[in-house]
Design a protein around this ligand. Structure first.
Ligand code: SF4
Length: 428
């Protein structure tokens, strides 16, 4: 039975003190393996070896849409019946697969052994396996492990687990090093280049984590200040803080307001003069504001319901409400990190219904009763809702598409307006 606590507190500053509707029941979300799809494109000399079942292999293969002959930088070591029945030594089998892989792919410099539900169920110790592999292959190849299992992680938490696994291996910055800025979270290369250029125009140099190549891991130490580019990186942030780095609290760089406040957090921490900040950001900010005004005509007053998927829901809700005029029916998030979300919550209208976790049947009932104009949800819920005449947007697209920063603000708005326009055309 799920526990439901339907209490909502009134607040004075947005939703800062909100008590979310907490649900712990049946969930309809992807597992943490999904993160491999965007991370394997980012770290170009890394390989993700899922230690799992055929189901895991199918999930990754079909979600990534990659042909097998394209030599992707991910694969699955299948745990089969012999392993499950204890007829084979799984560690020996895994060592053999890794050996084969590394001899065939000398371009791999960083190998992740990724845990799955089956490897969790048979209690396969992948940290021990990674240690053993490092003794053989390091320094040519570094081997790390993390879990993407659906028992332990949902959707975007796989990225958090992956980045957190890399933090202990980051080079240490000298204690007397000058303050440095790190942006944390996987961003599309095009977004990364834009962010770098904006920060450089303010005179700031920046490192991105994860980097595009495992050989250029950023240094970390007590002089590191980091901005989170993604809202689902609680463990990574904690790991960086344990290395002495300091988090710069900020909203997330979605939409014009979010991007400006996010850049401002870095500018303030590094003493950038207000006129330098203004000169660096004015042109792209104004371009984005103008483009958003057009999208607002379609979206103003439309009622939106977010199911919990990626932890991007609260920043997205803030963006569609404040910059596009949409009304928030419910904002579901798999997990509410109050500290990282503090500035986002303050920007939500008082009384917003925020839910944390999921009991999918109860949430569907609420959604159908509320009859919103647009629902953001996972693939499994989209078809049944569309069949009931409700317009949907797949949450996964919001993670796969470059949406951060000024130049992408209008594309992000387009992801919400397109399904509504399509519905109108179909009705006509
Ligand atoms: S890790 Fe678990 S939830 Fe994810 S694909 Fe494999 S079996 Fe399914």
């Amino acid at each position: 039975m799920s526990s439901v606590i339907p209490i909502r507190a009134e607040t004075t500053a947005g939703c800062t003190d909100v008590v979310p509707l907490v649900e712990r029941g049946q969930r309809e979300v992807f597992c943490g393996l999904t993160g491999i799809i965007w991370m394997h494109r980012k770290i170009q000399d890394a390989f993700f070896l899922v230690v799992g079942s055929r189901t895991c292999a199918h999930l990754i293969q079909s979600a990534a849409g990659v042909m097998i002959f394209a030599e992707p930088r991910f694969g699955t070591a299948i745990i089969d019946e012999r392993d499950l029945a204890g007829l084979a030594d799984v560690h020996e089998e895994l060592d053999r697969v890794v050996q084969q892989l590394l001899s065939r792919r000398p371009d791999i410099r960083l190998l992740f052994l990724v845990g799955s539900c089956p490897s969790e169920v048979i209690k396969l110790d992948l940290s021990r396996a990674a240690e053993r592999q490092n003794q053989i292959h390091f320094p040519a190849v570094r081997v790390l492990n993390y879990s993407g299992s659906g028992i332990e992680t949902t959707f975007t938490q796989g990225e958090d687990a992956c980045l957190a696994a890399m933090v202990p291996g980051l080079p240490a910055a000298a204690p007397q090093a000058t303050q440095s800025l790190m942006v944390v979270g996987t961003l599309a290369d095009v977004v990364e280049d834009q962010m770098r250029s904006l920060l450089e125009r303010m005179g700031l140099s920046v490192n991105f984590f994860p980097p595009r190549n495992s050989q250029s891991m950023p240094e970390v130490g007590s002089n590191t200040r980091f901005l989170l580019a993604q809202p689902f990186l609680a463990d990574t942030a904690r790991a960086l803080q344990s290395r002495g780095a300091q988090h710069l609290p900020a909203p997330f760089p979605l939409g014009v307001e979010g991007t400006t406040a996010w850049l401002q957090a870095a500018a303030s921490a590094f003493g950038v003069a207000p006129e330098v900040f203004e000169n660096a950001t004015a042109a792209p900010r104004q371009r984005a504001e103008k483009a958003l005004a057009v999208q607002r005509q379609t979206l103003q007053g439309q009622r939106i319901f977010f199911f919990p998927d990626s932890q991007l829901e609260i920043p997205l809700a803030r963006f569609v409400h404040r910059e596009l005029g949409m009304d928030l029916v419910e904002v579901g998030t798999p997990y509410l990190h109050r500290q990282h979300m503090a500035q986002e919550l303050a920007w939500l209208p008082v009384g917003t219904r925020i839910s944390e976790g999921q009991d999918v049947d109860l949430q569907l009932e609420r959604c159908l009763a509320d009859a919103p104009d647009l629902v953001v949800c996972g693939l499994g819920l989209a078809n049944p809702l569309e069949a009931k005449g409700i317009t949907t947007k797949w949450a996964i697209e919001l993670v796969f598409t470059p949406i951060q920063g000024y130049e992408q603000a209008v594309d992000l708005a387009g992801l919400f307006s397109r399904p509504l326009k399509r519905r109108l055309k179909l009705a006509a």
